[in-house]
Design a protein around this ligand. Structure first.
Ligand code: SF4
Ligand code: SF4
Length: 239
């Protein structure tokens, strides 16, 4: 229903202003006292914050002195996931670049020295300013080679060029080894045998189906989110 505007002429009390000013101050004071003593922001993050002397129950987080932890599904800055030998897991297949709706990933593929089969990115660049943080690159990657699990957002900079992250900046974080990694299974000549044996020993199984329990972003699970949404709906229907 459209909002109706009350255009009636002001009565005497309203034309005198003072009674209305006092009424306005009363409403303001009521809200102030209610917020100060009797209510909290219903935001769950605010409700979970500790209370007590010197802590405000109502204000938002006093950033940057105070920082709220990001939720587990937060998509932070990208990183190229390293293998245990420090090289990137990326095989320069271009899937992430093809999936990227912002076209902000640039890759140049090259040969791996001493290996006639493997490819690797010679250049891997992400323009973090053009990125729309959709996570499609992470989902598209068949090698779990790119993740957004850093928990960081892009640091401030004075130049756009500083937001163009190259391979040297992107390659970081904990390494990942899977038992089915082709460089372990086919005994890639670019990895010394002793190192390959150590990598094999620490490798963990990769899921045979792409379930979100193994989602590349730790803590992120579409199933858990869907179950929570269903529970909320059920509660709303019941109550
Ligand atoms: S998060 Fe989305 S927009 Fe950003 S690089 Fe990945 S696919 Fe592109
Ligand atoms: S990060 Fe993954 S999807 Fe992108 S080129 Fe490398 S292996 Fe392919």
């Amino acid at each position: 229903m459209p909002y109706q505007i009350d255009n009636r002429p002001l009565d005497l009390r309203e034309r005198m202003y003072f009674p209305e000013i006092i009424r306005g101050i009363g409403a303001l004071t009521g809200h102030f006292l209610r917020n100060l003593f009797f209510s909290r922001d219903p935001n769950p993050d605010i409700l979970a914050r500790p209370r007590g002397f010197g802590r405000s129950d109502n204000v938002t987080v006093q950033y940057p002195e105070e920082k709220a932890p990001y939720p587990p599904g937060y998509r932070g800055l990208h990183r190229l996931v390293p293998r245990e030998d420090g090289k990137a897991r990326c095989v320069a297949c271009y899937m992430c670049a093809a999936a990227c709706p912002a076209q902000c990933i640039y890759i140049e593929a090259g040969e791996v020295e001493g290996d006639p089969v493997e490819k690797a990115p010679v250049v891997f660049v992400i323009d973090e300013l053009r990125c729309v943080v959709c996570g499609l690159c992470v989902e598209a990657c068949p090698k779990d080679a790119i993740r957004m699990d850093t928990g960081e957002h892009a640091p401030p900079s004075y130049e756009r060029a500083a937001q163009i992250w190259d391979k040297a900046r992107l390659l970081r974080g904990p390494s990942v080894n899977y038992q089915h990694d082709p460089w372990l299974r086919r005994e890639a000549p670019s990895i010394p045998p002793a190192q390959r044996a150590a990598m094999k020993a620490s490798a963990r199984p990769f899921p045979s189906v792409g379930t979100d329990e193994y989602a590349q972003t730790p803590g992120f699970s579409v199933r858990v989110l869907a179950a929570e949404a269903k529970e909320r709906d059920d509660r709303a229907r019941a109550g």
